[in-house]
Design a protein around this ligand. Structure first.
Ligand SMILES: O=C(O)c1ccccc1NCC(=O)[C@H](O)[C@H](O)COP(=O)(O)O
Length: 300
């Protein structure tokens, strides 16, 4: 029996004395709030959560939640059209279904971000500006924005994308230093892949994400080991590689966009359209991954 097995954990309306009771309560019955799940995660390893981007309608949110997805990610691409009633209904539906909503604004203007949060009230705001390093002025602005979001919207959790190269030739130190600066003002980290010199070839200029390519998992694993907040593994995650990613990085959860999107006749991913069969396969692979791994055999 491992050292986690006999922890007594009070989880809102449930008291559990055995590890498996807690895992089942947390993952199947969904009686726990996300906050309680995060508290549990500090006490013991749970199965990784699955986050899927780009979900923009209530119908698609319902469909991916029915596939077993935990975090539903949506994106606002245009600051001038940031009030979208369909997207707001999507976020409401996610809450009603007991899942967690995560929202990316593809802009960093403070007032526009505050207005966005007041309009949508998502569970998580996800910031993913392309940042070059801990000492960069853009990093200071991003930290100031997170501090102000924390102050004004204490109920909204903050996810910070940490840019990692496909093959990190700096040994990961600059990435880890960048993350350490953000950690006091973040509730989650999400690894994401940087392509091109200084991130010049990102699909969305100025932001890290949706490359469909894996990042350097050895750096991602160091980020997990260093961080006191949950880390979600993103960048090129697919049904075919997700178990290897979990085993290598041991993250709190995994995220997928491009490799679970539908494809056109030429095999190119279609933005904002999911392939539900691939989403199902991804969830099944995560649930069957054997994680959390037992240390000393099964719980008695
Ligand atoms: O989803 C988007 O449209 C998006 C646009 C710009 C930056 C980030 C974006 N999504 C954030 C995510 O968490 C993606 O799932 C993540 O970048 C992984 O993408 P992929 O490599 O396509 O799985």
């Amino acid at each position: 029996m491992n050292s986690f097995s006999r922890s007594i954990v009070v989880t809102g309306d449930t008291i559990c004395t055995k590890k498996m009771d807690v895992v089942e309560t947390a993952t199947k019955h969904r009686t726990l709030s996300e906050i309680n799940r995060l508290e549990l995660h500090r006490i013991m390893p749970l199965q990784p959560i699955v986050q899927i981007y780009e979900i923009q309608t209530p119908a698609e949110a319902r469909a991916v939640i029915d596939c077993g997805v935990d975090h539903i990610g949506s994106v606002i691409t245009d600051v001038d059209h940031r009030h979208d009633p369909i997207l707001r209904n999507t976020i409401r539906l996610v809450r009603e279904k007991g899942a967690v909503s995560s929202l990316i604004p593809l802009y960093s203007d403070m007032d526009a971000v505050f207005d966005t949060l007041a309009y949508y009230r998502p569970d998580i705001i996800h910031f993913c500006e392309q940042l070059d390093g801990a000492a960069n002025p853009a990093t200071a602005s991003a930290i100031a924005l997170q501090a102000e979001v924390r102050r004004r919207f204490p109920g909204v959790k903050i996810m910070r994308a940490i840019p990692i190269a496909q093959n990190d030739i700096d040994g990961g130190e600059p990435v880890l230093a960048l993350a350490a600066r953000f950690e006091p003002l973040s509730d989650f980290f999400l690894t994401d892949t940087v392509v091109g010199e200084n991130g010049d070839d990102q699909p969305e200029a100025g932001f890290v994400g949706i490359t469909g390519l894996t990042c350097d998992w050895s750096v991602a694993a160091r980020l997990v080991a260093q961080s006191n907040i949950p880390v979600i593994l993103a960048g090129g995650i697919a049904p075919e590689n997700v178990v290897r990613g979990i085993e290598t990085v041991r993250p709190y959860g995994v995220d997928s966009c491009t490799c679970t999107n539908a494809v056109d006749n030429a095999g190119r991913p279609i933005r904002f359209k999911k392939d539900l069969e691939r989403v199902r396969r991804l969830v099944a692979a995560v649930r069957g991954s054997g994680y959390p791994f037992e240390v000393d055999g099964p719980v008695q």
